[in-house]
Design a binder for this molecule. Structure first.
Ligand code: ZN
Length: 452
């Protein structure tokens, strides 16, 4: 009866919800610089007529985090819904089929715009679920807490990280959902129980500049960098081996549930090299050199060269050994002095290593034993009319703030949208996907919080 009333309410108010999502897309929150307060105010406004306690925590220049509570007590189970308000820049607007902040709805089926998939649709669906539960005025023992955060696209320290260390710190959560898009089209929806870590390292070689007619009198920083790059793979030998959270065979089994038979799955796996590379990325650490910069003039020996290394860590893998391995290569194998925060060399020729951002991966160890997760799975299967699959995120999200340090290991990622369109030109969301996600969030919260 109650579940039916939730579905009926969502069906009735569909148009209002689509308009609310459009409003969030149109609220500028491009990060950098952020301006997430625009989105926070739109959420607060949407919730105001149902008297939901909503706190906005402003910071910086027009930035903010938001927390809204279904009720005022924390005596029962606590469920956390988390979604980020910021979006990445749209790139060249003329490349878009439709203006990226128009939130244009096409044939009543798709909405286009920056943030439709990553992740204002997931965020809007969570806000709506909260409102629906409040409006239906159920007698629930637990509490649903919505956390709309800033800063996710630039590391999350001032968003999820801050909220967990401050206003959310005293609350003990039994379960958390991050509403990132988890559609891996053409596959069905994924429910993600782990994510990789992300480390960005800047390497700077410092040489001695001089006239390029007499190169022997100088030390060319570009040559120094090229030596490092040529030998970069040696770093792998110096990094302690890490085990993947889920072995390759098991990952394949998890994926296979979405296919009609094992043979079909095996065929697809053989034909699609993309799928194989996705699986590989989930069982190993990776590194990629993504930027390089050096030189100021054609006839000057460069005294400085900078390169950026993007490293993706397995859950459980730590940052420190990676940095140590890199230092070992540069210092012991190549013979250069390495400067870090603790040293300031007197010589002119040296290499600097700087950590630009670092977030470790995270993984919910005991996900297979969770009854609640199983219920979530069954609900998704029912509402999406297809079996979802458990999987890992090859990128990184805010989940490490919750899973690591024991705050709330039982955190999953699940949300509307296709991961492939996130950060891309012509990002879009299927309206049906959005509506289904609202139902999943609302019904799951209702069931979860009804239990003693
Ligand atoms: Zn996102």
């Amino acid at each position: 009866m109650s579940v039916e009333s939730i579905i009926a309410k969502i069906e009735q108010n569909k148009e209002i919800y689509i308009e609310f999502l459009r409003k969030l897309i149109q609220s500028d929150s491009v990060n950098p610089p952020g301006n997430e307060k625009n989105v926070a105010l739109a959420i607060k406004d949407f919730l105001k007529d149902v008297h939901i306690k909503t706190d906005i925590f402003p910071f910086g220049d027009n930035r903010a985090n938001l927390i809204a509570y279904l009720n005022e007590n924390f005596k029962g189970k606590n469920l956390l819904y988390n979604g980020h308000m910021d979006v990445v820049p749209p790139g060249s607007e003329t490349d878009w089929k439709y203006p990226p902040f128009s939130a244009l709805v096409k044939r009543n089926k798709f909405m286009y715009g920056r943030g439709t998939s990553d992740m204002k649709s997931g965020l809007a669906a969570m806000v709506i679920a909260l409102k629906v539960l409040k409006e239906l005025n159920f007698d629930l023992t637990g509490n649903l807490i919505l956390n709309a955060v800033a800063d996710e696209e630039t590391g999350g320290k001032f968003g999820t990280g801050w909220c967990i260390d401050n206003p959310l710190k005293p609350i003990k959560f039994n379960f958390a959902v991050i509403g990132e898009s988890t559609g891996l089209s053409p596959l069905p929806k994924a429910i993600l129980v782990g994510e990789k870590g992300h480390l960005i390292i800047k390497i700077r070689t410092n040489g001695i500049s001089g006239h390029s007619s007499m190169p022997a009198m100088s030390k060319n920083a570009i040559y120094m960098m090229s030596e490092i790059i040529e030998n970069l793979d040696k770093v792998d030998e110096y990094i302690p081996k890490s085990k993947p959270p889920i072995k390759l065979d098991k990952l394949k089994k998890l994926l296979a549930v979405t296919f009609p038979s094992k043979d079909v799955f095996d065929n697809i796996l053989n034909e699609q090299s993309e799928l194989e590379s996705l699986l590989q990325s989930l069982i190993s650490y990776s590194k990629a050199l993504t930027m390089i910069k050096g030189g100021i003039k054609e006839n000057v020996i460069p005294d400085s060269c900078e390169a950026v290394l993007d490293v993706r860590l397995l859950p459980g893998q730590q940052v420190e050994p990676i940095i140590e391995a890199l230092k070992k290569l540069i210092r012991d194998d190549l013979g250069y002095l390495v400067k870090d925060d603790s040293t300031s060399p007197s010589q002119k020729v040296f290499v600097e290593i700087e950590i630009v951002t670092a977030s470790e991966g995270s993984y919910w160890e005991n996900w297979e034993e969770s009854e609640e997760l199983n219920e979530f799975y069954e609900l998704v299967e029912k509402l999406y009319e297809k079996k979802p699959f458990y999987f890992l995120l090859p990128a990184s999200a805010d989940a490490h703030y919750m899973r690591n340090d024991g705050y709330c290991p039982q955190t999953i990622l699940f949300g509307p949208g296709k991961g492939r369109t996130a950060h891309a030109i012509d990002e879009n969301i299927e309206i049906l996907d959005f509506i289904r996600a609202i139902k999943v969030y609302a019904i799951f919260a209702y069931k979860f919080l009804s239990k003693k």
